[in-house]
Design a protein around this ligand. Structure first.
Ligand SMILES: C[S@@+](CC[C@H](N)C(=O)[O-])C[C@H]1O[C@@H](n2cnc3c(N)ncnc32)[C@H](O)[C@@H]1O
Length: 424
């Protein structure tokens, strides 16, 4: 039987929330891989859109349902969220959204809930519920579908205007920024290839070898499949250009997977220079190796290592990148599931992990060498407070320049933080 993309989306969302899983598991699921590319894009868009707007959709559902949402059967709740999202954001005609939702109940053996689903959706279409007004954390959290604790932090740190800008930005689709793989092509040839195939693009104005390609099926184009480019957020690319690599002989990227920043650093170093890339996840390291092979990245050694303990090296490094594991709260556009997965209490756990990765990474930096510490988080526990605590404890370390942030600067990328540190 042909797989129904909408049914698959509901099944995936139910599983994701019951297992507290990650959104990337969607692209590995067998049912998803069986879909044709167009349906895959549809399912991905639907799943991301529903997750992004979950709090807003629940606000409507809570106003309409006499049963509390916690008491609803999980698949039924996701059927309602998906249908509401389709009506509100995808302009699916009202009757089609209701019929599809009822049909999904049947296909997921939830026929007994179809009357309830039908009634809720019809009253939503009738009632035109107002949203909470004003700029309190609670009102903004509902209108922009963010966790209230995070909005409260944004308001305290950035004030109303910048918070509004950030919340809006988090709800936009990420900009499809691609790095042109200079190991396989160059920018003019790449642009020519796209022009010949009538694919529209813009060359990024501030990043080298970087192109924005909006065409929806571009990930099936040979330029993409054959590794002449890969997708990488602009904020993430910037981090790979912060260090000074000219005189380095041995460089390390100790939290490297899936390899984006390592590959950009490899493009800035000369022949004979070594780049040692580690990651604690063997699986992710393997995927990095496969990507490195496809993209023909030279000078790269992959090593399985956990930076919670001292790195397994005798030699000292001229440069080290520590793109540490973090909450990912700066990447809410691309990873909408993070809004509901990360809790405020997780930030201290990340802080301790990040501090130990920084200490252990620094232990193999040579005197005079330089390190970049980076996160894709907006939150101080993972950013300045890690650096400040480290600098107070480690007298051989000194900050180079100011902290680098891609927010609140006007910038099109995710929210990255970086600090450069020298071993003095
Ligand atoms: C933010 S990602 C790195 C992204 C990568 N730099 C890039 O640009 O593609 C963080 C990585 O740290 C790895 N990691 C988590 N804990 C680690 C640890 N204790 N030691 C080393 N790597 C770790 C994760 O597996 C993950 O691949």
């Amino acid at each position: 039987m042909k797989k129904q993309p909408r049914v698959l989306a509901v099944r995936f969302l139910t599983e994701l929330s019951s297992k507290q899983g990650k959104l990337d598991s969607l692209s590995q699921s067998a049912d998803f891989l069986e879909l044709d590319p167009r349906d895959r894009r549809f399912v991905t868009g639907l799943v991301k859109g529903v997750l992004r707007n979950r709090k807003l959709l629940d606000y409507y559902l809570e106003s309409l349902s006499r049963t509390s949402l916690e008491q609803l059967d999980e698949p039924v709740l996701w059927i309602l969220r998906v249908a509401l999202y389709q009506v509100k954001f995808l302009r699916v005609p009202d009757h089609a959204a209701v019929n599809e939702a009822v049909d999904t109940c049947r296909r997921l053996h939830k026929t007994s809930a179809s009357g309830f689903v039908n009634a809720i959706l019809r009253s939503f279409l009738r009632e035109h519920l107002p949203l909470p007004g004003g700029n309190s954390a609670n009102a903004l959290a509902v209108r922009f579908s963010h966790p209230e604790w995070l909005v409260e932090r944004f308001l305290n740190r950035y004030g109303v205007q910048q918070t509004l800008a950030l919340l809006k930005r988090n709800n936009e689709p990420p900009l499809p920024v691609h790095w042109v793989n200079v190991f396989k092509t160059d920018l003019p040839s790449f642009c020519r290839e796209l022009e010949e195939d009538q694919i529209s693009f813009q060359v990024h104005t501030s990043l080298p070898n970087c192109v924005i390609v909006r065409s929806s099926g571009f990930s099936e184009h040979p330029a993409y499949l054959e590794g002449r480019c890969f997708r990488m957020d602009a904020g993430s690319q910037e981090v790979a250009y912060l260090g000074e690599y000219q005189d380095c002989r041995v460089l390390g990227d100790f939290c490297c997977a899936p390899g984006g920043k390592s590959f950009l650093i490899a493009s800035q170093i000369g022949e004979g220079v070594r780049l040692l890339c580690c990651d604690a996840s063997f699986q992710r390291l393997k995927e990095t190796g496969t990507r490195a092979q496809l993209h023909e990245i030279p000078n790269l050694d992959l090593i399985h290592a956990d930076l919670r303990v001292n790195p397994p090296f005798r030699e000292l490094f001229d440069f080290i990148l520590l793109d540490v594991p973090c909450s990912g709260l700066g990447t809410l556009r691309s990873n909408p599931d993070i809004r509901w997965r990360v809790r405020e209490s997780d930030l201290n756990r990340f802080h301790s992990l990040q501090l130990s990765v920084l200490r252990n990474g620094f232990s193999v930096l040579r005197r005079g060498g330089e390190l970049t510490y980076s996160t894709c988080s907006t939150e101080p526990e993972e950013n300045e407070s890690v650096i400040e605590e480290f600098l107070t404890q480690e007298e051989r370390a000194a900050a180079i320049g100011d902290f680098h942030r891609t927010f609140p600067d006007p910038h099109l990328g995710d929210c990255f933080f970086a600090a450069r540190i020298r071993h003095v």
